[in-house]
Write a protein that binds this ligand. Sequence first.
Ligand SMILES: *Cc1c(COP(=O)(O)O)cnc(C)c1O
Length: 376
Amino acid sequence: MAEQLPPLDLARPEIGPEEERLVVEVLRSGRLSLGPVLEKFERDFAAWLGVDDAVAVSSGTAALHLGVRSLGWKCGDEVVLSPFTFVASANCLLYEGVRPVFADIDPESLNLDPDSAEAAITDSTVGLLPVDIFGQPADLPTFEKIAASRGLSILEDSCQALGAIDSEGLKVGTRGNAATFAFYANKQMATGEGGMIIPTGPDMAQVLRSERNQGRAIDMDWLDHDRLGFNYRMSDVTAAIGVAQVSRLDELLAGRAEVACMYLGRLAGIPGLELPGPDQAPARRSWFVFPVRLPEGIDRDGVIRRLGEQGIPAKAYLPSIHLFPHLAELGYREGQFPVAESVAARSLALPFHAGLDEGDIDRVATALAESLAAGA
Ligand SMILES: *Cc1c(COP(=O)(O)O)cnc(C)c1O
């Protein structure tokens, strides 16, 4: 039997000496929160993206929650979104009593299908929540047209798509809608926990900065509060990691694209395996995970088990969230979103981060080909 190689990581952040140096600097500064490094991170991030302002918060979910509130979506309202997403996309609506109304996805982009979304609009619909799933930009130009003609607002969940370019050549998050990013350890840029929201203008930015800090206005004293707020602050320790990550974000994104390119080349010959499709210029995906779709009838759990036995973690990714108990209880059931459900049943995320080399990719590809040939 072949010598057992050390296990691969499913995901891994790229943390280097600059991250360490900046974190130690904050620790020694005595300003651990609401200090100058938080402001620097916001400015650097906004400059990298090419927007006027960005508001840092404690997580991507917190960014989404504040986004929902700042758009005025409230109890009894409905918002249309894809069920093929991370559960936070819907939870942020539930926090405010807003009903998540799911609509099916496009089989190519795996994002919310505009025709299905439009068909799901009712008199109670106040907004659309497009998610750029797997780093693939959602069809924002079309959603913006629908929103304008129906009087809806838009919250973009770009938490998987930092650095992606959309079909009109714009960086995701720069179209003028409220948009969110996330910095959990497996994202393109990581701070451990953390999120960012791009406001639609200075008024929204002010409300966001107040609500992340217990409803305290910028010009108020420590214990003055003029609205309901939360503790959604990002610490300066976290922001220091963010400053270092933004300074080499282009390099981090290029590293992921290189690994994705190796995968695409090496997996191309495996019969029946569906790979992420090519970019349609000027659009460009930002690589968040490397998702493949297994052929119909393959035992996915068996594949995951066989890969796992060889030190290769793989994950059934993503489940369609309308079937989770707390969403199914709103009346959702199996069979309602056939495209999302079929994709969810067959998709598999392979180990993916910028630290993988040709040898690692070859090892994954060989093991995957063998287990597919064996039928499991
Ligand atoms: C990561 C992610 C979020 C936010 O997650 P946090 O863990 O709260 O930072 C939201 N939506 C999607 C689609 C995500 O992938």
